[in-house]
Design a protein around this ligand. Structure first.
Ligand code: PXP
Length: 237
């Protein structure tokens, strides 16, 4: 199973002072040195962490795979088409949210998402849809022309933290992975995964890649990003 490292929160720290450090591009290089399989970053409409210049530099420096998380906002789609990351992951985006809350409602806007996917694919960008692990959303993703889906694991993470119904969430994830694979989709997962809760998800058959940000960057405050990425890789293995 592959590991994508989301480096947004390195930029969050930098933007807290609107200065030049820490540099998310350096964080990406160090993560790659530590053996991650892709670099994930989210250029938000409000530019709260990653900036346009960061994205351009990442495009030049990332040697694994650059996976740009993005909304379907036309301004952001234009930027993606000019920068050409290897992959775009379409996510919902609300201005006031702290982080991506829930998956993209593909079933509620299949045509809009389909045309966005077509435009990105015309530019040679692979497209993944960040959705809840739900049959309706999987079917709609397939209809919209996606080849990859990423399951939002936030609900599992919440149940884990509150010692709630973890098994039910895991069982649903298992079923939805199986269903997606039958539909011919590549399955990834992420959001809220930590050093504490990642193992049951990493044990699941059929997941191609896990994308993890907050927990790795949080751990790197204490042990450095290289070690933090290596530890997560070991756990996933
Ligand atoms: N995958 C997607 C599509 C996301 O939007 C995020 C959050 O930016 C992540 C993975 C990583 O989530 P976390 O920071 O909670 O690990």
């Amino acid at each position: 199973m592959k590991l994508g490292v989301n480096i947004d929160h390195v930029a969050t720290v930098r933007q807290a002072r609107r200065t030049i450090e820490p540099d998310p591009v350096e964080a990406a290089k160090t993560s790659e040195r530590a053996g991650c399989d892709s670099i994930v970053c989210h250029l938000r409409k409000d530019r709260r962490h990653l900036q346009d210049e960061d994205l351009k530099k990442l495009k030049k420096t990332v040697t694994t795979k650059l996976n740009m998380e993005m909304s379907i906002d036309p301004e952001i789609v234009d930027i993606a088409c000019s920068v050409n990351p290897d992959q775009a992951t379409l996510v919902p985006e609300k201005r006031l949210e702290v982080t991506t809350e829930g998956g993209l409602d593909v079933a509620g806007n299949t045509e809009g998402i389909k045309s966005c996917i077509e435009r990105l694919k015309e530019n040679g960008i692979e497209v993944s849809l960040f959705i809840d692990p739900d049959v309706r959303q999987i079917e709609a993703s397939k209809k919209a022309g996606a080849e990859i889906v990423e399951f939002h694991t936030g609900r599992y993470a919440e149940e884990f933290l509150s010692k709630g119904n973890v098994e039910e969430e895991l069982e649903n994830l298992r079923e939805m992975i199986e269903f997606s694979i039958k539909e011919g989709l590549v399955v990834c997962a992420g959001h809220g995964l930590t050093y504490q809760n990642v193992i049951p998800v990493a044990r699941m058959n059929g997941i191609y890649e896990l994308n993890i940000g907050h927990s790795i960057i949080a751990r790197s405050v204490f042990i450095g990003i290289e070690e933090a990425v290596k530890e997560m890789r070991e756990l996933i293995k």
